[in-house]
Design a protein around this ligand. Structure first.
Ligand code: ADP
Length: 160
């Protein structure tokens, strides 16, 4: 059983994330999308909102489940008995940080391997930060996120 965790902030989830989820669901038996509950970060969406959005948008994949976690990824991986971490690589700028984290996690937990998927060319520029930035100025985000979640994002900025 190859159980993999795809961890991240997903604040909010984008087409880039969904592309990685779709592709990794074909590579592994089970994918757990792990939404990181990081109290240090001032998030736009609550953990429950993020988990629910991703659940709705990944309903078509029977082997994908969505969960949240706090603390160290290695501890979470042990807890859910996962041996693979999936990360997306967009550009060289992602590389140095991701390499360091992957090596640290491997030192901490030898059975854990990190697998990198290169981003699809059409989403290589895309990040949750870009989505928030555009949405906060009333920009068009229809190329960045699925139509279902656009009103939820816009709502956050209208209320502020
Ligand atoms: P984190 O705060 O952990 O970087 P993110 O939600 O920003 O969380 O990203 C989660 C994962 O998804 C990371 O591995 C990141 O590289 C990857 N990712 C983010 N945006 C894209 C994209 N446009 N295409 C492919 N992978 C992406």
């Amino acid at each position: 059983m190859r159980r993999a965790i795809y961890p991240g902030s997903f604040d909010p989830v984008t087409f880039g994330h969904l592309d990685i989820i779709k592709r990794s669901s074909k590579l592994f038996d089970e994918i757990i999308v792990g939404v990181l509950n990081n109290s240090q970060k001032n998030a736009l969406f609550s953990i429950d909102e993020r988990v629910n959005m991703i659940k709705e948008l990944t309903r078509e994949y029977p082997n994908v489940r969505v969960d949240s976690f706090e603390g160290l990824l290695v501890d979470y991986a042990k807890q859910v008995d996962a041996s693979i971490i999936i990360r997306g690589l967009r550009a060289v700028t992602d590389f140095e940080y991701e390499l360091q984290i992957a090596q640290t996690n491997h030192v901490q937990y030898q059975n854990l391997e990190t697998v990198f998927l290169t981003t699809s060319l059409n989403y290589s520029y895309l990040s949750s930060t870009i989505v928030r930035e555009f949405a906060s100025h009333g920009g068009d985000i229809s190329r960045f996120v699925p139509a279902e979640i656009i009103p939820l994002i816009e709502d956050k900025y209208n209320r502020k």
